[in-house]
Design a protein around this ligand. Structure first.
Ligand code: GBH
Length: 475
């Protein structure tokens, strides 16, 4: 059959899409070139180098701002059908506001897209992969509702400029990660100890911004553009740590607090936050002496605006966590972790990658996809990231194993369980600046020599393996 096992091979449908991904701050460099404004990751790495594992920055990174034609050449070598990259908001609007447009930024992404299209590679664009203009951070960043309005201005100018070139848009990459990480002190903007309040404000305004952009797109652009708009959410699978009812419930609650936090308002029939999130945060807020819930309420109009505001779900999946019930008494100090009420762990027997959080657990992929299918009535899904970090080196047979096992798991979800997945993206095309891990974790199909002035890219074994898959659609 076209789908299943042909000549002993595992094959995907003919029209299944394979791609690769990067993000602006992680690869572009050129942080202050030609009028680009400062982002929160520029200021975070410059002012808090102690919080970055190797004390490095993305000032130069893989220098893709200058070397993008080389990147596209690698993609031609891979034979991929699309490239998922992100646009740096402050490269286009230096202080995030629409009254000051940086023409060089506009030009750069035109040239990148033109080069892709010339080579038959579809541009898939993330509008926001964590590099908020620093100026907007000084207004409170995502905790200030006005930033949602400024995001709509930015998105409108992206549709106006690039609408005819982009095959699919993602408003946000992983709000769960940047709203949580930014307010525990780990990631930009590095607000310390504000979890349980600012992370929820961030999530709230990001969901509003997403819904507003989608409605603006429908009203002003949908009739003239043949594109689609979605959002990327990270869903690391949460499995119960034991067979006890407590742990089974804790795992489901943890799913609702992670993917559900952002997916339920957009993809569920009823919209709004997951009921269990609402219930737990409302009641814990009360116990802690708050006069109102720390989780903000949407107005009925906002619920309707956000509900159904995506043509597809972009999903990032890397690994699995186990969840057991947290039996500690509620402390007076607010936190997302306490609200969620589960304790996350990983089995020490699971094979490791080169990132502390990334254990190789392929079966979690199939379960995640099935959960999404059941929970949201089988929405259209594209895997916007999946990948593994390893040590430096060109002979990356463990990466090949990872890709093979995860793709098998995804294949079972598609062919045996009828999950509606139409594409897969490997993270990442090239080694890059891995946020607080600096350059110490390498995810690339191509190795980057960050010490060389030319940031030389060299193919790893996995690049040949992935090229075969993206060309033949078979493992
Ligand atoms: C993705 O996030 C990002 O979108 C991408 O930019 C990044 O390069 C890629 O992963 C590889 O890391 O230390 O236990 O608190 C993946 C999801 C969620 C993984 C937060 C790291 C921290 C876990 N990330 N997580 S922990």
């Amino acid at each position: 059959s076209a789908l299943g096992v042909a000549e002993g091979k595992i094959c995907f449908p003919e029209n299944f899409l394979f791609g690769v991904a990067t993000a602006a701050y992680q690869v572009e460099g050129a942080w202050n070139v030609s009028g680009k404004g400062e982002s929160i990751w520029d200021s975070y790495t410059h002012n808090h180098s102690e919080r970055i594992f190797d004390h490095k920055t993305g000032d130069v990174a893989a220098d893709s701002y200058h070397l993008f034609r080389e990147d596209v050449r690698l993609m031609v070598e891979l034979g991929v059908q699309f490239y998922r990259f992100s646009i740096s908001w402050p490269r286009i609007l230096p202080n995030g506001l629409i009254n000051n447009i940086n023409e060089d930024g506009i030009r750069y992404y035109h040239e990148l897209m033109d080069e892709l299209i010339r080579n038959n590679i579809q541009p898939m664009v993330t509008m926001y992969h964590w590099d908020l203009p620093q100026y907007l951070q000084e207004l409170g960043g995502w905790t200030n509702p006005i930033v949602s309005d400024y995001f709509v201005d930015y998105a409108r100018m992206l549709f106006q400029n690039y609408g005819s070139k982009v095959s699919a848009w993602l408003t946000f990459n992983e709000p769960l990660t940047f709203c949580r990480g930014g307010y525990t002190g780990l990631e930009a903007p590095g607000r310390l100890e504000s979890s349980g309040i600012e992370d929820y404000l961030c999530g709230h305004n990001v969901l509003r911004a997403h819904g507003m952009v989608y409605r603006m797109y429908q009203k002003e652009f949908q009739a003239k553009l043949s594109t689609s708009v979605g959002i990327t959410l990270d869903f690391l699978w949460r499995a119960p740590a034991s067979r006890s009812a407590d742990d089974i419930i804790a795992a489901e609650t943890a799913r609702q607090f992670s993917i559900g936090w952002f997916a339920h308002p957009i993809f569920s029939k009823t919209g709004d936050y997951p009921p269990i999130m609402r219930k737990r945060i409302d009641s814990i807020s009360k116990i802690q002496g708050f006069s109102r819930s720390r989780l903000p309420y949407f107005t009925p109009d906002e619920i309707e605006m956000i509900r159904g505001s995506a043509d597809f779900l972009g999903m990032n999946h890397y690994t699995t966590f186990l969840v057991s019930k947290n039996r500690k008494k509620i402390s007076p100090k607010p936190s997302y972790a306490a609200d969620m009420g589960g304790i996350l762990s990983q089995k020490s027997s699971w094979p490791v990658a080169n990132s502390t959080w990334l254990k190789i657990v392929p079966w979690g992929f199939r379960l995640s996809l099935n959960w999404i299918k059941r929970e949201y009535d089988n929405p259209l899904v594209i895997i916007t990231e999946n990948g593994v970090s390893l040590e430096k080196g060109l002979v990356d047979t463990r990466r090949i194993e990872y890709i093979k096992e995860y793709l098998k798991s995804m294949h079972a979800a598609i062919t045996k369980d009828n999950c509606n997945v139409y594409g897969y993206t490997y993270w990442s095309l090239i080694d890059n600046f891995e946020w607080t891990r600096g350059y110490s974790e390498r995810f690339g199909l191509y190795e980057v020599d960050f010490d060389s002035p030319k940031k030389t890219r060299t193919p790893r074994l996995s690049s040949e393996y992935y090229a075969r898959i993206s060309r033949t659609k078979c493992l």
